[in-house]
Write a protein that binds this ligand. Structure first.
Ligand code: GDP
Length: 355
């Protein structure tokens, strides 16, 4: 309404619409508050709104106490809508082809009308804030796919903290309608164990070497893997990949049958040439048929929930302890005493815990 119209209205005794009578700043503030309300977050996430999903994940990842409170409220309210997905962990050493594999595998899934979320647990992100998925250009096609959502690894002070945030992000992605969650991690240590504790199916990507495949592969990872996929089975490498497949198969059969009753499978694939990818998906589908039938699927998710309950308490207790100003002061004093040989580490710990 321009000035002239407004004056005319006044003359005729017509009351001004509310929007013009209130200062614009107040209205903007109100709108913003509504946009930011937990209710709006929930309704938008449930509609599959990626912007709100991303914003909610940012809240989950934030160290700000207010953000965390809001994130917890959103998480609680999303929980009834979560759980309806399959969660697949993908690991392998840098260079094995994880990104390339996830790109073609993800495209294969979206071509089957699946909605795919790709998350990561990256130990390097805890240290230098770098990230395996940080360079999204490595998944050019998946990034632009409207049925895919890619989120780099959160950064954090501890790997456990990073993993917890990823686990919470899974809940948000599921509430937003993503039915297949892929979690990438680098095959170098503790991160696989953490990812294993949040997925239903764990896939290990390997390269064929020159006959010494079984060396240099940690027993623990083999025990966790539901499948080993030998990638880069193309060109001159194809023959070696087939040999490696036989060897891994033989090795896997040496382990006792698992609680899931699933016999881990070895497959070959070429992520670059997009061969063998459909076979990987068929195998994964068979795994889910079996484990949903024999109820291992639910049993494992319950176990995982218990694990995350306990590990969250652990984490919180530790945080509370180390963040306590009294402890901070006393700890540096005890460390000083320790260095001077005045006290044993056990006594120092006892005193601090009693404090
Ligand atoms: P990541 O570090 O495990 O994520 O590995 P990348 O996906 O970045 O791949 C590392 C390199 O291996 C890149 O140059 C890819 O093009 C190449 N690569 C990935 N998959 C294949 C494959 O199946 N065959 C061949 N020949 N090269 C591949």
């Amino acid at each position: 309404m321009n000035k002239k119209q407004s004056a005319l209205h006044e003359k005729k005794g017509i009351s001004q619409p509310e929007t013009t009578s209130k200062p614009a700043a107040e209205i903007i503030k109100k709108n913003r508050a509504k946009q930011n309300s937990v209710d709006t977050f929930i309704s938008e996430i449930l509609k599959g709104n990626i912007t709100f999903l991303s914003r909610a994940i940012t809240l989950v990842e934030s160290t700000n106490v207010k953000h965390q409170q809001k994130a917890n409220e959103i998480l609680e309210r999303c929980l009834p809508y979560a759980n309806n997905s399959i969660r697949i962990g993908i690991t392998g050493v840098p260079g094995v082809g994880k990104s390339t594999f996830i790109e073609v595998f993800g495209k294969h899934l979206t071509s089957q009308n699946k909605k795919v979320a790709v998350l990561a647990v990256d130990p390097s992100s805890s240290i230098n804030k770098g990230s395996i998925l940080g360079d999204k250009t490595r998944m050019e096609q998946l990034v632009t796919d409207k049925n895919a959502f890619i989120r780099p690894s959160p950064s954090g002070t501890s790997l456990g903290g990073v993993a917890q945030k990823t686990r919470e992000s899974i809940i948000l992605c599921e509430a937003a309608g993503f039915d297949t969650i892929l979690i990438e991690t680098v095959g170098v240590g503790q991160s696989e164990t953490l990812v294993h504790s949040m997925v239903d199916f764990f896939l290990l990507l390997k390269l064929a070497g020159a006959g010494d495949e079984l060396q240099g592969i940690k027993r623990g990872i083999i025990e966790m893997a539901d499948s080993i996929v030998i990638n880069k089975a193309d060109g001159d490498n194809e023959k070696n990949a087939k040999i490696a497949k036989v060897e891994f198969n033989r090795a896997l059969h040496l382990y006792p049958l698992r609680e899931s009753k699933w016999q881990p499978k070895v497959l070959t694939a070429s992520a670059l040439q997009n061969t063998g990818i459909n076979k990987v998906y068929e195998m994964i589908q068979k795994y889910f048929e079996l484990t949903k039938d024999n109820n291992y699927f639910n049993q494992k998710r319950n176990e995982q929930n218990k694990y995350w309950l306990l590990s969250t308490i652990d984490q919180q207790l530790k945080n509370n302890f180390y963040q306590n100003p009294l402890i901070k002061k006393a700890l540096s004093k005890e460390i000083n005493n320790l260095e001077k040989g005045k006290i044993t580490p056990f006594n120092a710990a006892k005193r601090l815990l009693e404090l």
